[in-house]
Design a binder for this molecule. Structure first.
Ligand SMILES: [Mn+2]
Length: 320
């Protein structure tokens, strides 16, 4: 059995949609909420004939990949997060891992497939908040401004659907959403022909964002802004996309959206200033459960007592 493993956000979804449109395969899907990264370990070793891994960082899956390779199971790995060390050298291991702030997994898959499904790649790039890159790829593909704007809405909403403490928080389980998306060659066909799914996502997004925009900052200066959200499913869903919207509205400022968790701690979503998208991973790694990319990172579990230390660390990284 082939296993398709993907991050449950826009980038992971759209990467697999492109690959399986190009090469349909009967596969078992392994995915989860966006923060769920150690996914490869869920593959039952004896059942795997091949594994595709998309948009989850290699560092969280290194041991599980090594175990597959030791059984001579072919692994195809595409990602844009810091792999945290050298990659395996093994005849069954094929990897496209690049960490520049201008690539996401779906753009790497787009390139790998010779640009066959640019709509899905552009939607994903918008979802990962790589707006300039998404617009440029859309222009290159000949998309109208109106279509690019639609792809932006779709990418933002697909990305939004990945945020939650568990899949119960989400409007759609990412595996279910993937099956609905892969039925269509292009995002425009999905949005016009599966209106129920698309409207459910778009309306959920609007409702949650309206509540999120009303939250007052916990801390704010010219360089740094921190928003706190309550322990509620809507807050867990909206935290990441709210961070992206705040980042787009104030590109010179770094942003953190801090959400109270059911366990009594905080979950933190970090966005580096868009004008210079660096440092988010460095800040996150100062905390034991932190990780991510240069432009966007997070801390999974931050004790409430460490919130002020987090704000101070944020000011150290980006303050004057
Ligand atoms: Mn991604």
């Amino acid at each position: 059995m082939h296993f398709d493993i993907f991050n449950g956000d826009a980038d992971g979804l759209c990467a697999l949609v492109q690959l399986r449109l190009a090469e349909p395969k009967d596969s078992t899907l392994i995915t989860g909420v966006k923060r769920d990264l150690a996914l490869v370990q869920q593959v039952p070793l004896r059942e795997a004939s091949g594994v595709t891994v998309l948009d989850v960082n290699f560092a969280s899956n290194r041991d599980a990949v090594q175990a597959l390779l030791a059984q001579d199971v072919p692994v195809f790995y595409v990602d844009h997060h810091n792999p945290g060390g050298d990659l395996p050298v093994h005849p069954q291991f094929q990897a496209i891992i690049e960490t520049e702030a201008t690539v996401c997994t779906s753009l790497l898959v787009d390139r790998h497939l010779g640009g066959r499904y640019p709509g899905w790649a552009v939607a994903a790039a918008f979802g990962d908040n790589m707006r300039a890159v998404a617009l440029a790829r859309g222009q290159q593909a000949g998309f109208s401004e109106a279509y690019s704007a639609q792809l932006e809405s779709l990418g933002v909403c697909l990305n939004y659907n990945g945020y939650g403490a568990s899949v119960e928080d989400l409007h759609f389980h990412p595996a279910d959403l993937y099956r609905r998306l892969v039925a269509f060659e292009s995002p425009s066909a999905f949005m016009t022909e599966d209106r129920d799914t698309w409207e459910h996502l778009a309306e959920g997004y609007q409702q949650d964002m309206t509540r999120g925009r009303e939250a007052a900052p916990y801390y704010q200066d010219e360089r740094v802004s921190v928003i706190c959200l309550p322990n509620a499913a809507w807050a867990r869903r909206v935290s990441g996309v709210l961070g992206n919207e705040l980042a787009n509205a104030a590109p010179g400022r770094a942003h953190a959206v801090v959400t109270h968790t059911p366990g009594g701690d905080l979950a933190v979503s970090i966005r580096a200033p868009l004008e210079k998208p660096e440092g988010a991973d460095v800040l996150a790694k100062r905390f034991p459960t932190g990780g991510g990319r240069k432009g966007a990172a997070g801390v999974n579990v931050l004790p409430v007592a460490q919130l002020d230390a987090f704000v101070a660390a944020m000011r150290e990284v980006w303050g004057f």
